[in-house]
Structure formats: structure tokens, C-alpha cells
Design a protein around this ligand. Structure first.
Ligand SMILES: [Zn+2]
Ligand SMILES: [Zn+2]
Length: 431
């Protein structure tokens, strides 16, 4: 048993099985062990014999079994994308502070710079995130007339709706900042749009000029200043309705962590061309696109980040320690201008495998169909480490010998054996 698998999953795997080698010959940039690894992992995803598995067994009647293949966590894997999104939502929601007013800001890169950006991705992506921070701090400081430090949760995304390369930053920003000199929180009711656009243009171009020191870059920077007199495109979510925050992390997830082209959007594959659909920002309609299979593969792999690259980063007062220190002062300041905003932010706990399974199938995967008791962890097998946990071995070695009334069931549906939920595992792919 595995996570429910949509039919497009086998099509997606087929595309990579048939064309990955050919694709690498045409685009040698991707002829690397790293990318081969992502593809291999993705192709093995869901297969318990290559990925490893966890086996549950009914420890009452011995008949019920349930096997879960470990997920591959490859950034290319559309099958794991759902788990990734759920985890992301919970991670971000836990970094939001109750009662603080946040805004969602988007900073984009104009079309003319995207190619250079893509070619220099390794060098440019981290400075890109930092220059978003400098830009907002600068705007906050200029609006308030004091040197302010905001709090930012920053997420980088490299694709637009149709999967093309379109790097941009999604930022959850505090609506105001900390004045370290006066030790005060300064609330800003709004961010002037024109100022933000120009400041972003200046911050981004300065960063690019310093990071990519070529004549071509210098030329592009000059073109950008003359062509975009109003600055670069930025977006601010309007208003700060507290109720809206409840779903802030979920709302963002839709835009930020969705894969470039998700499985359910793949409509057709004839061996050479792939047809998929997406909802266009511009036309607000569902658009259909048919591309050569190499273009399709390209759109998937160009969005994978280098190993270890952190897509979500916390900056300024949002960095955990700082926030804890000044939280009370932020609350006092906001209470004066806004009244107290209570319970506005919903903290979302990460879903366990069991919960996810139950959500998508309506069945408890650990319920023994034969005797209706709860199944327990039986065995964990990993392709490299072999058997990591073996319940039978543990029983033989007398693991439970000292636990007194083992045979006295506490009631229907309960087990005195350790339930899976009680054992903390930190293997890759397990949650
Ligand atoms: Zn996977
Ligand atoms: Zn049973």
C-alpha cells in the first residue's frame, strides 16, 4: 500500500524513462550526478523494494499487515509534492506570531534579466533573497524616517504558471519594523507602491552588477534603468484583515510550493510531445500548451535547486531569537494602533502519514481488517541500512518482558503494544 497514485504519475515517469538520456545530450548542463540522482530517486519513488518501507502488523491476530513505501523527497518528484506542501504549510505557520500583522509582498525580475539569472543561478539565488530583505528594510526606513528592521519570511520561486523560468520572491513581511536605537516597534499602515517599485529596481540591479561582473550585465543594468522608469513589478496584498491570516500559510502554499507543472495538469503524452494546462494570471482562464518532450523535461528540472539550498529563509526580527526578545514590545505597539488582534493566526501542525492517508482515503491505514485492533510497527527496511527495526527480534530479546500485564487488553481497539505513533522516527521520508 502506498499513497494514492494518480494515473498521470506513470506518464510522468515514462517521460523521464524514455527521454532523460537524450535530454542530457542536448543540454549537457544537466549531465551531472546530482540530476541523475534526482531522476533515479523519483523513478523509484513508491516502490518499497528500492526506496525502503515500513511495515505494520496486527499484533493481536497477526493477520493484518500494511506496508508503506518511503517517499523519495526528490525535488523533481510530483508524487511527493503533496507531502512537501503540507510540511511547508506547517513549517511556515509555526513561524508566524499571533497578533502580529503581516503582509504578503511579491518582488519580481523583469523578463529581460531572466536568462542571465538562469545562467548564473548558482551565484545569484542567495544574494537575490538577501537583496529582497535590504530593499524592504530600506523602504520601511524611508517611510518612517528611522532605521528600521522588519521581520521577513522569504521564499524563492523560480517558475511562473506555465512552468517557464520566472524567478521571484514571496515575502511574508511584518507591517513595520524594529527601531534598535529607540528600542521601539514602529507600525506602518501601508507601503507606498511607487517607492517599493523603485527601491526594488535599485536593490536588484545593484546586487546583479556586484555579483555578475560582466560587460553584458552592465549593459542589461543600463537598459533596465532606461526602460523601466517606474521601477520593477512588485505586488502587495491589500489590507490586513486579521481573519485572512488563518489561511495565510495555505494561501501562500498554492503560489509558492506548487510544482512547476503538477500531475493533474498533464493531459496527454504521445511519445514526443506533452500537453498540459494551467490557469493563467493574465487571462484568468485555463490555458492549454503542447510542448516538445525536452522542453517539458527542461521546465521540470530548471526549477530544482542546488543540493542543500534553503528555499525558505527567515530574516530580521523574524529570525526566531530576536522575535522572542521583542515580541511583547511589538504587541504593545500594535495594541495601541490596532487594538489587540487575538487568535488571528492559525498554527497548523504537520500531518502524519496516518492522517494524510485517512484524509485521502477515508480509512485508517493502521486498522486491522480482521480483528479491528490497531496495528503496530513491525519492521522498517532501508535499501542501504537494511532492517532498522524488527519488532519480532525485539520481542525475542525480551524487550517487553518487564512490562507487566501485557495480555490484559485495556478495551476494544486499544493495544498495549507500542503503537506506531509513540515511536519517534527520523528517517528520511518518514513523517
Ligand atoms: Zn517521490
Ligand atoms: Zn488483527
Amino acid at each position: 500500500m502506498t499513497i494514492a497514485t494518480p494515473p498521470a504519475w506513470s506518464v510522468f515517469k515514462q517521460i523521464f524513462t524514455e527521454h532523460w538520456d537524450g535530454f542530457k545530450r542536448v543540454y549537457p548542463r544537466y549531465d551531472q550526478r546530482y540530476y541523475d540522482g534526482l531522476v533515479d530517486k523519483m523513478l523509484g519513488c513508491g516502490n518499497p523494494d528500492t526506496m525502503g518501507y515500513i511495515e505494520y502488523r496486527c499484533l493481536q491476530c497477526g493477520k493484518g499487515t500494511h506496508r508503506v513505501a518511503m517517499s523519495c523527497k526528490s525535488s523533481l518528484c510530483l508524487r511527493c509534492a503533496k507531502v512537501y506542501v503540507d510540511t511547508w504549510v506547517s513549517q511556515v505557520s509555526q513561524m508566524l506570531h499571533e497578533g502580529v500583522i503581516y503582509r504578503h509582498i511579491v518582488l519580481t525580475v523583469p523578463a529581460i534579466l531572466r536568462k542571465t539569472f538562469y545562467q548564473q543561478a548558482q551565484a545569484v539565488l542567495s544574494p537575490f533573497m538577501r537583496c529582497g530583505v535590504r530593499c524592504l528594510d530600506e523602504v520601511y526606513s524611508r517611510v518612517s524616517g528611522r532605521a528600521l528592521k522588519g521581520g521577513y519570511i522569504m521564499v524563492i520561486q523560480t517558475h511562473g504558471r506555465n512552468g517557464q523560468y520566472n524567478p521571484h520572491l514571496h515575502i511574508i513581511a511584518t507591517s513595520g519594523g524594529w527601531d534598535p536605537q529607540a528600542k521601539q516597534w514602529v507600525h506602518l499602515d501601508y507601503v507606498p507602491y511607487g517607492l517599493l517599485r523603485k527601491q526594488w529596481q535599485w536593490s536588484l540591479l545593484t546586487m546583479l552588477r556586484q555579483t555578475v561582473q560582466t560587460q553584458e550585465m552592465q549593459r542589461l543594468v543600463d537598459v533596465c534603468y532606461t526602460r523601466y522608469r517606474e521601477g520593477f513589478v512588485t505586488n502587495i496584498q491589500k489590507g490586513d484583515v486579521p481573519a485572512w491570516y488563518q489561511s495565510l500559510a495555505r494561501y501562500l502554499a498554492k503560489y509558492v510550493v506548487s510544482p512547476p507543472i503538477s500531475l493533474r495538469r498533464i493531459d496527454r503524452y504521445d511519445g514526443h510531445r506533452v500537453t498540459y494546462h494551467y490557469r493563467s494570471h493574465k487571462s484568468e482562464r485555463v490555458e492549454r500548451e503542447t510542448v516538445e518532450v525536452y522542453t517539458f523535461i527542461g521546465r521540470m528540472v530548471q526549477h530544482t535547486f542546488a543540493k542543500g539550498f534553503q528555499r525558505i529563509r527567515y530574516y530580521g526580527v523574524q529570525a526566531t531569537k530576536t522575535f522572542a526578545k521583542i515580541k511583547a514590545m511589538i504587541h504593545d505597539a500594535l495594541a495601541k494602533v490596532k487594538g489587540i488582534i487575538k487568535g488571528a493566526i492559525q498554527i497548523i501542525a504537520p500531518l502524519t502519514y496516518r492522517q494524510r492517508y485517512q484524509q485521502s482515503t477515508g480509512r485508517d491505514p493502521l486498522h486491522c481488517p480482521h480483528c479491528h485492533s490497531e496495528m503496530g510497527l513491525w519492521r522498517i527496511w532501508h535499501p542501504v541500512y537494511g532492517v532498522i527495526h524488527n519488532e519480532l527480534e525485539a520481542i525475542r530479546r525480551g524487550k517487553y518482558a518487564s512490562q507487566a500485564p501485557r495480555a490484559a487488553p485495556a478495551g476494544p481497539g486499544r493495544t498495549v503494544w507500542p503503537a506506531a505513533g509513540g515511536i519517534s522516527l527520523s528517517l528520511p521520508g518518514l513523517r
